[in-house]
Design a protein around this ligand. Structure first.
Ligand SMILES: [Zn+2]
Length: 184
């Protein structure tokens, strides 16, 4: 029961584009497939077989995720050969923490940009690409991708754009930071 709930939860998290992008930025293009495979296998060789990837590629993803703190392994030694086997697990709670931190830092950065200067974004394509005033002027305030008119980046808009993965607590923390800054 508990396991299948975690699997559902993980599937929900991995279906979010912002999460997927953050994972790929962090651990490369195989990151999502490797995390999904951890439901079916726990050893790097098995995951590699499952995904038709090289073991070294799977290991490099697992090690990157381990550095981020949400996958961990147990090591067992084969007494005959002296070789070690690694059994990997994903900690879903740590993973959720990581997502919050990762996405918060991105939106925090955007919020600072909105307060410090004049930046523009495409309301259709989102805030992955943000243009300075000069850059926006060069393209006549039109999105090069979809031709939508660019919009001015403002703090309120950044707050509204924040992901909705049960981030209620996070938003509260976000607003507190804002008040504290103003009261200085
Ligand atoms: Zn656009």
């Amino acid at each position: 029961m508990a396991k299948s709930k975690a699997v559902d939860e993980l599937r929900d998290l991995l279906s979010d584009n912002k999460v997927r992008r953050a994972l790929i930025e962090t651990a490369g293009e195989n990151a999502i497939a490797v995390i999904e495979a951890l439901n079916k296998a726990s050893q790097d060789e098995d995951i590699a077989k499952l995904l038709s990837l090289r073991v070294s590629d799977v290991r490099s993803v697992l090690n990157r995720l381990n550095e981020e703190g949400f996958t961990y392994y147990e090591r067992t030694k084969d007494e005959e050969t002296g070789w070690y086997s690694y059994f990997w697990t994903l900690d879903i709670n740590k993973f959720k923490e990581w997502i919050k931190k990762k996405l918060l830092s991105k939106y925090e950065r955007l919020r600072l940009m909105a307060n410090e200067g004049e930046y523009y974004f495409c309301p259709h394509c989102g805030v992955d690409v943000v243009y300075s005033f000069e850059e926006a002027m060069d393209i006549n305030f039109k999105c090069p991708k979809c031709n939508e008119t660019l919009d001015l980046l403002e703090e309120e808009k950044v707050l509204k754009m924040m992901p909705k993965l049960d981030f209620s607590k996070l938003k509260r923390r976000f607003k507190k930071t804002k008040k504290r800054r103003k009261s200085k």
